[in-house]
Design a protein around this ligand. Structure first.
Ligand SMILES: [Zn+2]
Length: 160
């Protein structure tokens, strides 16, 4: 698995970025790319990104012990999701969609307090509700990174 050429993708989408396991054996862990907005053209606002991390991180830790974590990308266009064991894209997408639906009904961001968070004021409940609703509206297309998406080619890397 290689990274996609970020110029051509159409988020939101979910895909395996890399998988890990013993040589010759089945993969036993994976890192997923849950891309939320278009790279280099949009960014999730910082407080929204932070609240999304809290919501989905808390949700998967509570309900799915084989999802190790959900964490925002530094570029603020997506989330990394770490899984252990066999996960299909459909199964993982269902879990993430359930977590996003729960945000719509929430009255507070989980763990957004000075005891459990390093920047407890840096959250946006309203913003994360809007982002979750927007992602869910596009749920049917999460398995497709876009008609022009392709993996990074070596000749493109030389340009960078
Ligand atoms: Zn925090």
């Amino acid at each position: 698995m290689a990274d996609l050429d970020h110029r051509h993708v159409e988020p939101p989408y979910l895909r395996v970025m890399s998988s890990y396991g013993p040589p010759g054996g089945e993969s036993s862990a994976a890192v997923w790319d849950f891309r939320l907005v278009r790279p280099n053209r949009e960014q999730v606002p910082g407080p929204v990104n932070h609240s999304l991390e809290h919501f989905l991180g808390a949700y998967v830790r509570r309900k799915h012990p084989t999802i190790m974590n959900v964490a925002p990308m530094g570029c603020r266009t997506g989330l990394y999701v770490w899984t252990i064991g066999p996960w299909t894209i459909d199964a993982l997408a269902d879990v993430l969609a359930s977590g996003l639906r729960a945000i719509g009904e929430a009255e507070a961001v989980p763990l957004a307090n000075v005891i459990q968070c390093g920047c407890a004021h840096y959250h946006s409940l309203q913003g994360v509700k809007e982002l979750a609703a927007q992602l869910l509206r596009h749920r049917a297309g999460w398995s497709d990174p876009g008609p022009d998406a392709h993996e990074v080619r070596e000749r493109d890397l030389f340009l960078l």
